[in-house]
Design a protein around this ligand. Structure first.
Ligand code: B1M
Length: 237
């Protein structure tokens, strides 16, 4: 019995995040993200910022690093949807803190992008990261959200007249919808009016080519580079 009490006391013990050295704090943020503890993830993110960590480094090492572990355990059946939702919510808490810092840059727009997750798919963390990184690089980004149909994309292209259309898909069952959108653009004669970039964990270079996209983007940072390259090519005629 005394053992139980001791264990309970141990479980309830609050960790002073401020007292942890950087490497242990990053590990603790990843653990808190895994446990879906949004407040703690936010606090840890703020402490790293106070310690002069670059927002992009916090994002990739603490937040994306933590989400990668969640993804592995989700795949292996150790975590289930409700737990992953809590982790996703905790991740968004940290991202909210970093967002204005990543976005605080040039006032002149580097270009305009409309982005959305395709129909049937509700994953949006990666897309949101892409949005943040693109905004950080000076792009104007119109985020359509999740579950976007051909009609939704077309309405947004019409309204916002972007340089780039970005599509995200995280499921093998929803990624073929990207081809539906691109084929419809071809049918309407508007395909070449836009740079089409696609991304999402199950995609690859070959898939991007097969569906007729201009580029496949492995992650948020490479999306910025690929977008800039394509815009430069267009400008060069
Ligand atoms: Co889902 N899920 N999920 N899920 N989920 C995956 C994708 C999965 C791989 C998990 C697994 O089994 N290992 C698996 C898909 C398997 C497959 O298709 N082969 C899966 C499944 C099966 C499902 C459900 C079907 C589960 C169920 O209900 N039984 C269901 C589907 C719901 C639906 O969409 N209709 C489902 C639901 C969910 C939650 C709602 C619980 C939650 C989403 C919460 C949210 O997004 N708001 C969730 C999550 C969180 C995941 C995992 C664990 C993490 C995804 C993530 O956020 N990664 C994921 C496992 C994994 O990917 N390891 C999984 C972090 C993010 C930063 O990376 O999204 O890859 P990522 O984005 C990167 C790049 O891919 C790229 O840049 C981003 C940043 O670097 N990128 C782009 C992404 N989009 C881009 C667009 C661009 C450019 C780059 O445009 C130009």
């Amino acid at each position: 019995m005394s053992d139980d009490i001791e264990n309970d006391e141990y479980d309830d013990e609050e960790i002073d995040l401020n007292a942890l050295p950087d490497d242990e704090l990053v590990e603790q943020i990843q653990n808190d993200l895994y446990d879906g503890l949004k407040e703690e993830v936010v606090e840890g993110t703020e402490i790293l910022l106070q310690r002069k960590w670059k927002p992009a480094k916090i994002l990739s090492e603490a937040l994306v690093g933590g989400m990668t572990i969640v993804g592995i355990d989700f795949r292996d059946g150790i975590l289930f949807v409700p737990e992953v939702l809590l982790s996703a919510n905790a991740m968004k808490g940290g991202m909210e803190i970093l967002k204005p810092l990543l976005s605080a840059s040039d006032s002149v727009s580097a270009g305009k992008m409309v982005i959305g997750t395709v129909k049937g798919d509700i994953h949006d963390i990666g897309k949101n990261l892409v949005k943040m990184m693109m905004e950080g690089a000076g792009f104007e980004v119109i985020d359509l959200g999740i579950n976007q149909s051909v009609d939704d994309y077309f309405a947004a292209l019409e309204e916002h007249k972007p340089d780039i259309l970005g599509m995200s898909a995280l499921l093998t069952t929803t990624m073929p919808y990207m081809k539906v959108v691109i084929d419809e653009m071809v049918a309407k004669g508007i395909r070449d009016d836009y740079i089409v970039l696609v991304g999402g964990a199950p995609l690859n270079e070959e898939f991007g080519e097969a569906v007729g996209a201009d580029g496949y983007c492995r992650d948020a940072a490479s999306t910025v580079d690929i977008a800039k390259q394509h815009l430069a090519l267009r400008k060069a005629g």
